[in-house]
Design a protein around this ligand. Structure first.
Ligand code: HEM
Length: 429
């Protein structure tokens, strides 16, 4: 091994120092909590999706005639095919669970603020590509919800003035989602988008390592006292990423794998949330599912789309609202100009606004998933369910956008009363 290492080192002398720079010599704040697990978990899920995806591709048939049956074949006849598929489908949902929590951590601790704006923007690009990747993957089994989901989402582009209808036909390669659509989605899902995703994740981490990690106190450990036990030139409140955080992250991986295994082995469809019932029937352009709805992770954005009514004879406002809700997140570093990063030391207004953001996001998710449509007639018998749902959904849409407007006003006009931020992280053990 030593000889091999020397051999490589002679030919690529920068490799080992680069590795060291990002592991043993990457000093991270010592006060990371549970919320800091989700970055490494996102990498784990990404790797899972790529590996299981490769094995699925070995038996999947990219054709509107064969796709559905090839997936059934994977489930029933291919050795361990069911496991590979359930790992991939569960992985897709868990990817979003992990990424939503990862993003929320960033908002909670102000990790998007200077000097980490680039880390945040790259994260938002990852999020966009991830959504495209998940949407296209969902179309591949060519179930009935695959077909109608593709129809609804691609048709959104039809609301763009002038070029809309032509654009829809161009994206589909036909007048309906069809064989051509399936083939191009396969190409994008299996190779193009994963490559982009991998590249973005590398850039995301490179950008983070340029400036260093934030932490639950939002304190700049780099500006704090030096004199680290391992390297006196490094901050006192930081520890080497390897072995300390590699070992800590492994604990998170252990818990995460337990949960994932439980879902994969005992509840792979997760009651129709991770694999929808309507997708177990083949695509049929003559039979619309009773409730067309996207996978759960798209439902908050889908609810915004549905809750904004058409006016001036066009439905484009809903589409603008939906994309706008994602754009707002990307703009956070410029909307929130508060000096203090972590929610621990921010004003009461910010804390309340953050709670409103979470409540509105979850409520919109429930509206988009049809939960409110089911519950309202039960809870308010005799009431006009559609009117009530629209009222609720619209209030929640306003609350969601309200968060961003409030934060802008609150921090631009100096209305926030923050607590004093300590010099060092609050954990000194
Ligand atoms: C494939 C998806 C993603 C992967 C693999 C990934 C990976 C990581 C990793 C490993 C870290 C360092 C560990 C940690 O702080 O948890 C990190 C940090 C960070 N990520 Fe991501 N990330 C992903 C998506 C996102 C998204 C969608 C956003 C937000 C838009 C985001 C925003 C951030 C921020 C702000 C940090 C710095 C956090 C801090 O220092 O407090 N990431 N990411």
């Amino acid at each position: 091994m030593a000889n091999l290492f020397d051999w490589v080192n002679e030919r690529a002398p920068n490799l080992a120092p680069t590795f060291r720079k990002h592991m043993t010599e990457y000093y991270a704040p010592k006060n990371f909590n549970l919320w800091y697990y989700f970055g490494s978990l996102a990498i784990l899920v990404l790797v899972n999706q790529i590996v299981t995806g490769i094995f699925l591709t070995m038996n999947y048939k990219t054709s509107a005639l064969e796709a559905f049956n090839s997936v059934e074949y994977i489930m029933r006849d291919v050795e361990w095919g069911w496991l590979i598929r359930y790992m991939h489908s569960t992985g897709a949902s868990l990817f979003f669970v992990v990424v939503f929590l990862h993003m929320f951590r960033g908002i909670m601790y102000g990790s998007f603020k200077r000097p980490r704006e680039l880390v945040w923007i790259l994260g938002m690009l990852i999020f966009l590509v991830l959504m495209a990747e998940a949407f296209m993957g969902y179309v591949l089994p060519w179930g009935n919800m695959s077909f109608w989901g593709a129809k609804v989402i691609i048709s959104l582009f039809g609301t763009i003035p002038y070029i809309g209808p032509g654009l829809v036909e161009w994206i589909m390669g036909d007048f309906l989602p069809a064989d051509a659509t399936l083939n191009r989605f396969f190409a994008l899902h299996v190779i193009a988008l994963p490559l982009v995703l991998l590249l973005l994740v590398v850039l995301h981490l490179a950008a983070l390592h340029e400036v260093g990690s934030n932490n639950p106190d939002g304190v700049d450990v780099k500006h704090g006292p030096k004199g680290n036990r391992w390297d006196a030139s490094k901050p006192l409140d930081a520890i080497p990423f390897h072995p300390y955080y590699t070992v800590k992250d492994l604990v998170g991986v252990g818990f995460f794998l337990l949960i994932a295994a439980f879902i994969i082995f005992f509840a792979p469809t997760f009651g129709g949330w991770f694999l929808e019932h309507d997708n177990f029937t083949p695509a049929n352009n003559l039979v619309t599912p009773t409730h067309i709805k996207p996978s759960w992770y798209f439902t908050p954005f889908y609810a915004i789309l549905r809750m904004i009514p058409s006016f001036f004879g066009t439905a484009i406002w809903g589409v603008i609202g939906m994309f706008g809700s994602i754009l707002m997140l990307a703009l956070l570093p410029w909307l929130d100009r508060g000096e203090v990063r972590s929610v621990r030391f921010r004003g009461m207004g910010y804390r309340i606004a953050l709670a409103v953001l979470v409540i509105s996001f979850l409520s919109l998710g429930a509206v988009g998933a049809g939960v409110t449509a089911e519950l309202i007639p039960e809870w308010f018998p005799g009431a006009d369910a559609t009117t009530l749902e629209n009222a609720f959904g619209r209030i929640m849409t306003l609350a969601y956008f309200g968060f961003f407007i409030f934060i802008w006003v609150y921090t631009h006009f100096g209305l926030e009363k923050t607590k004093p931020v300590p010099e060092r992280v609050t954990m000194h053990d």
